[in-house]
Design a protein around this ligand. Structure first.
Ligand code: GLC
Length: 437
């Protein structure tokens, strides 16, 4: 996490991004790891290459949906583990231009998101279950092939690594400024002496991660790189990436808070999944965004477009729902971080804070009857309002003495009690905006 100052200001300010997982697996519509899960041989998987034709693909519409949801950046799978590439890479034939799609799908997407004012990044798989020089290992789609050893004999990992670095160079030189690089993922396997065993698993030595990272930074000095190159101890990362998990307190390394971004799906799969039914509600998703920012993190929310080139209708509903909330509440997210030291979070709430404007946001996850108590905030707030309609929220400094009799002061100092309307405001998550003295 070398010399990050300045490079990450936008990231810490923007907080909310769109992840896009798109590839041939959209045709099978049952998880982006389907080739590995079902151990589908290349010659069978070829039929999806021959039928990939996203005729309804409209990247402007995708970008508009992301912008409307309040997302400020996008990270798309240039290549996922199946090895299929969305752009016209000069280093392979296994790309969109050679399918019925017959065109580069990545350039127009990057352009469309930029024209909506969003920053752009790539998710690039280190793993490749299609490349003829990628050594078959314990994770590979052909891991149980009885001829595994024989098939591996002619494979030269160094040739695959040359390809991997070559494609990274294409992505980092042919698409203008790239703000984020999400390499995925390392699963090292070493013998007792620590020697890598790439026929079992792969890590930094196998990817030549130090060299890849060095090139990435040279070509895009401002870029932010994630933490999956197997260079954690070596500091070869800028931000941590908890996945499908909301950390309890935020992410620290050696006790020091670090940049982090939780990546999540709307449902269980990253790639389009026709039957997957564990779709989160708009309320869950908005609460996840708030909870993440209240712990000083970013949320990267994933969409898996269909093979026709459209966002799943269930994703569109949820993006619009989040956008409806962000329309009135985005200033409680952008530029915000965790509450100042010592400020206690009330029950069933989350706090976010904008140190520039000195405004504290109380996100109310469960609407209480009339009173919301803020320990230790007595005498510290000059004005309060509901954020959705800027209607004033009365404050009882020192607590509702006249209501409940003498109120003992807490060890954190004077209580501040907010007087709320009986009815929960008609928004997904109501927010009280406090203007601190
Ligand atoms: C996991 C999934 C992979 C997905 C990634 C996103 O590693 O296995 O398919 O792309 O998470 O973070």
């Amino acid at each position: 996490m070398s010399g990050i100052a300045g490079r990450a200001d936008w990231f810490v300010h923007d907080r909310f991004g769109m992840f896009i997982h798109w590839g041939l697996y959209a045709l099978l519509a049952r998880h982006e790891w389907v080739k590995q899960i079902e151990q589908i041989p290349d010659e069978v998987y070829e039929r999806y290459f021959e039928h990939f034709d996203p005729d309804l693909y409209d990247p402007e519409e995708w970008a508009a949906l992301a912008a409307e949801a309040g997302m400020k950046y996008m990270v798309v799978t240039s290549k996922h583990h199946e090895g299929f590439c969305l752009w016209d890479s000069k280093l392979t034939d296994y790309k969109a231009t050679n399918t019925p799609a017959g065109r580069d799908l990545l350039h127009p997407m990057v352009d469309a998101f930029r024209s909506e004012g969003l920053r752009t990044g790539f998710y690039h798989s280190l793993i490749d279950w299609h490349h003829p020089d990628f050594l078959i290992d314990d994770v590979h789609s052909m891991r149980n092939d009885p001829l595994r050893e024989v098939l591996n004999a002619p494979r030269k990992l160094e040739r695959y690594v040359e390809y991997l670095h070559g494609q990274a160079r294409e992505l980092l030189t042919e698409f203008g400024r790239i703000d984020l690089l999400f390499y995925d993922f390392s699963y090292p396997h070493r013998d007792e002496q620590g020697n890598p065993q790439p026929w079992r698993g792969k890590g930094r030595e196998d990817w030549q991660s130090e060299k890849l990272l060095k090139m990435t930074r040279e070509l895009q000095p401002q870029i932010l790189v994630n933490d999956r190159l197997d260079l954690i101890e070596q500091g070869g990362w800028d931000y941590r990436t908890p996945e499908q998990y909301v950390p309890k307190e935020g992410v620290t390394v050696d006790g020091q808070p670090v940049l982090w971004e939780a990546c999540h799906t709307f449902s269980g799969s990253w790639g389009y999944h026709r039957e997957e039914a564990s779709w989160k509600s708009v309320e869950q998703l908005v609460q996840m965004l708030i909870d993440t920012v209240s712990k000083d993190g970013n949320l990267l929310l994933n969409v898996g477009p269909t093979a026709r080139g459209e966002f799943d209708y269930r994703a569109i509903e949820r993006l619009k729902g989040m956008g409806e909330w962000m329309k009135r509440h985005s200033r409680s997210i952008y530029g915000c971080t965790r509450a100042p030291e010592g400020v206690e979070t009330p029950q069933d709430c989350r706090l976010t804070y904008n140190p520039e404007t000195r405004r504290l946001y109380v996100h109310v996850f469960a609407w209480p009857f009339q009173h919301l108590h803020l320990e230790g905030m007595g005498g510290k707030v000059k004005y309060a309002q509901l954020l959705n309609d800027a209607s004033e929220v009365k404050m009882l400094d020192g607590g509702p003495a006249e209501v409940a009799g003498p109120v003992e002061t807490s060890e954190q100092g004077r209580l501040l009690t907010l007087v709320l309307p009986v009815h929960k405001p008609p928004v997904t998550v109501p927010v009280v905006e406090l203007f601190l003295k």
